[in-house]
Design a protein around this ligand. Structure first.
Ligand SMILES: *Cc1c(COP(=O)(O)O)cnc(C)c1O
Length: 406
């Protein structure tokens, strides 16, 4: 098997060996239910407590403000629906942005069908929300502001601190989807004035299916998952013990090495972006050049289709992702790329390469050696050229089926 280069760490990351090692005993030896009175139950309970402390320490929170969930999507759903239903007597208005993850956008769309009103703030050409727009959108009916800390497609960092201060001044709750930001940039819930924060283990070298919602002490939101009295009665279900141990260890590792990893990845990221711009004509960088996740490279390469590029990269052993999804016969470019003002035909040629803590300079060199040839091959075959203004109706996969793994 050829040496694979994995540059899709925004989609998911590998579990770190130390994280796996920490988890393993909790599948076999320590399998007790943390709610049980007996010794193995108590040992399990202690492990949950330790993970809660590890997560809290990483974001400047207190352990009793940390609630374990089944992942980033559940945390986003809980924060938004839980606030909406707890505060509906105060108001029905929610403010978010046009470039949130679907876990936020689809939750908001669902709430719109149940009597809530949502403002989807625009972003600038770099994908930034203007805090002044947040303030202008607040009405006496506003109960929640939900703005992500870092975008999963283009890596843009939002002015969370400024938005948090505005939310605080207007006494509106502030939630941030920090799924991409945790472990990548420093985050302190008090400095940022954040009331709720979502994270997901598998985005920072922890396991899949485990997440956290931070809920500031004193903030009351409704329960999403009803049942037993776990998580102080707010999130039912027997705890995912190995997952909880894993996310605790993973966040501890990520934050201990944060500055070092961020500096290394930022240098590799810039080498990758600059190298692509130097070697391939008609390319634009999506997102902000500096207010950007250390591991995110997102470019639009004109006159070709992103998924065709992904397939060719995959054959060359390089795993990336694209902002264009060609599914069920319809062309549906990324809502994020459209929101930053890209025309459809440019959004379709986008390529996201996201680095991990294990990405090496040789990996970046290999991409820079491989990608220009793929692009010129595809351009030579392309029906798109400088005279093409739209690609509507053009789909490289007849029948619209998206190739597995793309
Ligand atoms: C991955 C991701 C999610 C969803 O997290 P899951 O744990 O996969 O449910 C939510 N928001 C952002 C920004 C993400 O990148």
């Amino acid at each position: 098997m050829m040496n694979r280069i994995y540059l899709d760490n925004a989609a998911t990351t590998a579990v770190a060996p130390a994280v796996l090692e920490a988890m393993l005993p909790y599948f076999t030896e320590v399998y007790g239910n943390p709610s049980s009175i007996h010794a193995t139950g108590r040992t399990a309970h202690k492990a949950v407590d330790q993970a809660r402390r590890q997560v809290a320490a990483a974001i400047g929170a207190q352990p009793q403000e940390i609630y374990f969930t089944a992942g980033g999507s559940e945390s986003d759903n809980w924060a938004i629906k839980g606030t909406a239903f707890a505060r509906q007597s105060k108001g029905n208005h929610i403010i978010t942005s046009a470039i949130e993850h679907h876990a936020v956008l689809h939750t908001c769309a669902w709430l719109e069908k149940h009597g809530f009103e949502v403002t989807y703030l625009p972003v600038d050409a770099f994908g930034r929300v203007d805090p002044a727009d947040v303030e202008k959108a607040i009405t006496d009916k506003t109960i929640l502001i939900s703005i992500m800390a870092a975008n999963n497609e283009i890596g843009t960092l939002q002015p969370i601190r400024e938005i948090g201060a505005i939310a605080r001044a207007h006494k509106v709750l502030f939630h941030t989807d920090a799924v991409q930001a945790v472990g990548a940039i420093p985050l302190d819930v008090n400095e940022l004035n954040v009331d709720m924060l979502s994270m997901s283990g598998h985005k920072f070298h922890g396991p899949k299916g485990i997440g956290v919602l931070y809920i500031r002490k004193g903030v009351r939101i409704d329960t999403l998952i009803h049942g037993g009295a776990q998580e102080r009665g707010l999130r039912a279900g027997t705890e995912n013990l190995p997952g909880i141990v894993g996310i605790g260890k993973a966040i501890e590792l990520a934050t201990a090495n944060l500055a070092e990893n961020a500096a290394r990845m930022t240098a590799l990221r810039d080498k990758l972006i600059d190298g692509i711009l130097e070697r391939i004509p008609d390319v634009r960088v999506n997102g902000h050049r500096t207010e950007r996740l250390p591991n995110n490279c997102n470019v639009s390469i004109r006159y070709i289709e992103g998924e065709a590029m992904l397939l060719r990269l995959d054959l060359a052993g390089i795993a990336g992702s694209s902002g264009s999804a060609c599914t069920s016969g319809s062309l549906d470019p990324s809502h994020v790329l459209l929101a930053i003002g890209l025309p459809h035909e440019i959004a379709h040629g986008s390529l996201r390469l996201t680095l991990g803590t294990d990405t090496t300079e040789q990996d970046i060199d290999a991409v820079l050696d491989t990608l220009p040839g793929i692009v010129s091959d595809l351009r030579a075959m392309s029906v798109l050229n400088e005279h093409t203004t739209t690609v509507s109706g053009f789909c490289p996969y007849p029948g619209g089926r998206k190739p597995a793994g793309a």
